[in-house]
Design a protein around this ligand. Structure first.
Ligand SMILES: [Zn+2]
Length: 276
């Protein structure tokens, strides 16, 4: 039995065949046996004889014939089974009456056009797949970039934390490239960069965000402050006893400055005193 014959395709659907076989079937194109169909019909007393000639195959590339059921089938629809094309895929069209019109009607159905396109693009890599592949590469690159940026930022945060822990000023008197004393923070960042290749490369090549500007330092400090505040509030909320000491004073610009000191017992039964 020929691989591309209607009978073979009905027995084992195209979609369930291995790729190699699918490609072969596509190359073979529809099977077109020489069908012997002669039909007679009478209309108003006259007798018509209809027969099918092989030339009819030439006008339609999708037309397939079956010499077992003596009927015509649609090759792309048979391959990519879809609902709504039963006649052209399951029973076949054996009535030659208005065959040309039937073909025309089938050709313009949506499911046939879809299937014809599927057959056309079968074996070729579709644009959707190519886009999909580049989309995935894009996401991977983006994720790598994010990981790298997080690493750099965490190093800079460590430097800010270090300065905070030892109560060292962040800003230097002169932070320019050629400065001999750029301040503890810049010195510390440069020191970490000498140990960390990724940070070093970033500091040398970054043009938009270096992470060493005063705005970034202040933003990092604000972020740290909100994390610490959140932690203190969380502890205060879960403690049974809490005392608040408030003290206010007027500063040099005659603004009232209020200081809050919280005292409470934390989850480990230690007395905590927090300057808020
Ligand atoms: Zn079709």
């Amino acid at each position: 039995m020929k691989e591309n014959s209607v009978l073979s395709l009905k027995q084992l659907p195209f979609t369930r065949r291995p790729d190699e076989e699918k490609k072969r079937i596509k190359e073979l194109e529809p099977d077109r046996p020489n069908l012997q169909i002669n039909q007679q019909s009478s209309d108003r007393g006259r007798v018509y004889t209809r027969s099918f000639s092989p030339a009819n195959y030439q006008t339609r590339s999708w037309l397939a014939g079956c010499d077992v059921s003596h009927a015509f089938y649609c090759f792309p629809c048979l391959l990519f089974e879809s609902s709504g094309t039963d006649k052209w895929t399951k029973t076949g069209v054996s009535d030659l009456k208005h065959l040309s019109e039937k073909c025309k009607r089938h050709e313009s159905t949506r499911s046939h056009l879809d299937n014809a396109l599927k057959l056309q693009f079968f074996g070729k890599r579709s644009i959707v797949e190519q886009l999909d592949a580049s989309y995935r590469i894009g996401i991977r690159r983006h994720n790598e970039e994010v990981t790298k940026n997080r690493h750099i930022l965490s190093r800079i945060i460590d430097c800010v934390k270090f300065c905070g822990a030892f109560e060292l000023a962040l800003r230097g008197h002169d932070e320019s490239e050629r400065s001999e004393n750029p301040g503890i923070f810049r010195g510390l960042v440069d020191f970490v960069a000498s140990l960390d290749g990724v940070l070093k490369e970033h500091l040398e090549n970054a043009t938009v965000f270096k992470g060493t500007s005063k705005t970034v330092q202040n933003e990092l400090l604000d972020c740290m402050l909100s994390v610490v505040k959140e932690h203190i509030m969380q502890e205060a909320r879960s403690s049974n006893f809490l005392s608040i000491q408030a003290d206010e004073t007027t500063d040099i610009a005659t603004h009232c400055q209020l200081v809050l000191v919280l005292r409470y017992i934390d989850a480990k039964n230690n007395v905590q005193e927090r300057f808020f």
